[in-house]
Design a protein around this ligand. Sequence first.
Ligand SMILES: Cc1ncc(COP(=O)(O)O)c(C=O)c1O
Length: 302
Amino acid sequence: MDIEQPTNSAIVAAYRARTPGSAGLAEEARRLLPSGIAHDARHLDPYGIYVERALGPHKWDVDGNRYIDYFGGHGALILGHGNAAVNAAVAEAQAEGTQFAANHPREIAWAKAVQRLVPSAERIRFTSSGTEATLMAVRLARAFTGREGLIRFKGHFHGWHDQMTSGYSNHFDGSPTPGVMESVAHSNILLHPWDIEAVAKTLAERRDIAAAILEPTGSSFGQVPIRPEFLVALRELTAKHGVLLIMDEVITGFRVSAGGAQGRFGVRPDLSTFAKILAGGLPGGAVCGRGDIMALLDFEAM
Ligand SMILES: Cc1ncc(COP(=O)(O)O)c(C=O)c1O
């Protein structure tokens, strides 16, 4: 829907009446940013709100409307907006400097905190986003197994790098989205997230699969849930065939339980990926897991 397009919806009309400031900014943004947005998730009809400030469970738009915030920083702000302890920690760190081009003692404390909560995290590599974390996890899996194939589940989101585009919200036949190489798209095997028989058949028939990756509670923040028994069966099958299991815990990590979905359901993946909750809602992420796999990132053998 266009920003100005006439509407016969009372809801859209009321929304427009209450958000003229956001409408004006959306109009201006369209000239500068593709679709007027900085993240695909903000693509809303007729336009999204422009938020000025947020505190605890609320946020306020430029027109002074107050909202209960169910987005929660894409799920990362488990303590709400502007949590005093998080703000103080960020301010303290920022005052020391922001880019040292050197190691920092806090990265050791950070890694120890992850390891304490996530027992499968034998070693950890921090990244700047969940996309980078899943990209690295899949590359590690290929390097470790010497195979190229990747089992993914339809509707599961793992960031926006080339391997992860088809099969999430479109191209469910596995064909490449525009700009992605055929060979990359076709190294995916897209399966239905409840179909353990299809997983078993695929693993029995093919010897070229490096890993299976999934959102452990299902796609769309678990709104299309998968059962814990599926996780258990997937773990057994992948282990049997020497295929790595990657749990993408960008949404579930430190939330489903302190140890993520793997802690809650007692299923130990080979690799896991995390993102912004790890950085108090700021950009950040990690890939972590088995020491022998993570050792591939070592410059020299340990
Ligand atoms: C399950 C999952 N994996 C990966 C990502 C990508 O993370 P990022 O947006 O930090 O690149 C997301 C983003 O929301 C996600 O929900």
